[in-house]
Write a protein that binds this ligand. Structure first.
Ligand SMILES: [Zn+2]
Length: 134
């Protein structure tokens, strides 16, 4: 990932900044200027909001054969989550045994290191998912 783009997107990624269309109510993450449903009717009506960070596991995959930079994490779980606000996010699901992952389980976002550029390079942070434990 290009570093400049990564840093420019940081407020959105760290705080789960999203927008809600004031016309139809659809939520977008990352934020966008115009609703993809309403187009012109949404101009000037996109409202900033933050995702609460909780959602439901819709689908997942257990990765056994990882790219070299993720080798130490394997096997790991990549999850697709429908956030309570309706948007779908994809990220790693952590703090759980891959055998215990179930469709429909409640998860929440947590800020974690997601990568780095070389041994002395920039460390990237971003959201991952962890199970919500009762
Ligand atoms: Zn809309």
């Amino acid at each position: 990932m290009a570093t400049a783009r990564f840093w420019r997107d940081n407020p959105s990624r760290y705080n789960l900044k999203a927008v809600r269309c004031g016309n139809c109510g659809k939520v977008f993450f990352p934020p966008r200027a115009v609703c993809s449903v309403c187009h012109r009717k949404s101009i000037g009506k996109m409202e900033c909001m933050s995702l609460k960070g909780e959602g439901e596991l819709i689908s997942f995959s257990v990765v056994h054969d990882a790219p070299s930079q993720f080798e130490i994490h394997k096997p790991y779980v990549v999850a697709i989550v429908r956030m309570d606000e309706g948007v779908m996010l994809t990220s790693q699901l952590i703090d759980v045994d891959p055998k215990e992952v179930r469709i429909g389980m409640r998860v929440r976002t947590t800020l974690r290191k997601v990568g780095e550029d070389g041994p002395a390079g920039v460390i990237y942070y971003g959201y991952k998912f962890a199970p919500v434990r009762a």
